[in-house]
Design a protein around this ligand. Sequence first.
Ligand SMILES: *Cc1c(COP(=O)(O)O)cnc(C)c1O
Length: 371
Amino acid sequence: MNMAEAFVDLDAVAHNTVLLARAAGTAAVMAVVKADGFGHGAAAVARTALDHGATWLGVTSPAEATALRAAGLTAPMLIWMYPPTETFDDLLHAGVDVSVGSLPALEAVAEAADRTNVVAQVHLKADTGMSRGGAVAEEWPQLMAWARKFELAGLIRIRGLWSHLANAETPGDAGLRRQLRAFEAARQAAVTARLDPTITHLANSAATLQLPQTRFDLVRAGLALYGIEPVPGRTFGLRPAMTVRAQVLLTKRVPAGTGVSYGPDHVTSRETTLALVPLGFADGVPRQSTGRAHVAIHGVRCPVVGRVSMDQIVIDVGDLRVRPGDIAVMLGPGTDGEPTAAEWAQWAGTNPNDILTGIGARIPRRYGPVR
Ligand SMILES: *Cc1c(COP(=O)(O)O)cnc(C)c1O
């Protein structure tokens, strides 16, 4: 094996897609493969998800969209972020649906449709309370009136109406109720503007799994696709897809009082064995996890000691028999003693997506079951 590598278990992605598709009921499933499939490899995840019940792909940059098309993925695809200077010609030629949440973007899309002779498939994005992308309620009448005009001119088709939830984890949340009401108002505004979006969508992973009233025609699943349980305190049977592991490069027996790594912030309290593992903050081991983080060696949890370096960490394996070439597992499904991305997130004070998307580009991704 490589010195360090990430196994991506596509069977787990398949399992999670099937589970999500079942939860979605009659709604279609969009596999959100932004950020290189949350670090798992966008094309491989996309193919697997599409083979197991997903029918849409979701991305957040023109480069991601065109790369997936170049990789041979022809499924319906939605893009919801692009620079203000985007011309949309390439996206329209590539048959990518475009999210629009402002008048300038709508005009640019209509102009591109005129230039390219491709009817642009547009999903209008309503800001229902999250204050990220999308048009706020005051803008809906004008934006939708123009959308209707461009539709009548044969330039665009308003295929979708959508929004995103700030908190789908807490079913009784007041903000969630406000967003649901605002989304209903957006749908009404579309009817008033005589738009007829056939694809209404709102749900992310958490909403798909526990808020049936948010499923509409399509759900957009990220996190759950990769096996991260999206609702704190609940488990839906998802399987984490990524395992990050590395070979032990070196071991040494050291006496009590031995300094470890920079500072040193850590000094051994007893005679012990230290193991050097080639994973550092450049590979996504969070520096702020120092003092809490563990890896698994031979299925045994061993603490990361001393500061996390850019390229390496030191593991205190105690009296465990460890030799160079043995495998240290940073994270995985948690079925063989190894920590999960969710545990790393707790140690680092962040969320599991941050851990998964932080796994560095120099760690090669390998596909298949862990061997
Ligand atoms: C990332 C993203 C999703 C996926 O959310 P998860 O909580 O990871 O399922 C859905 N919709 C939008 C707009 C997103 O940016």
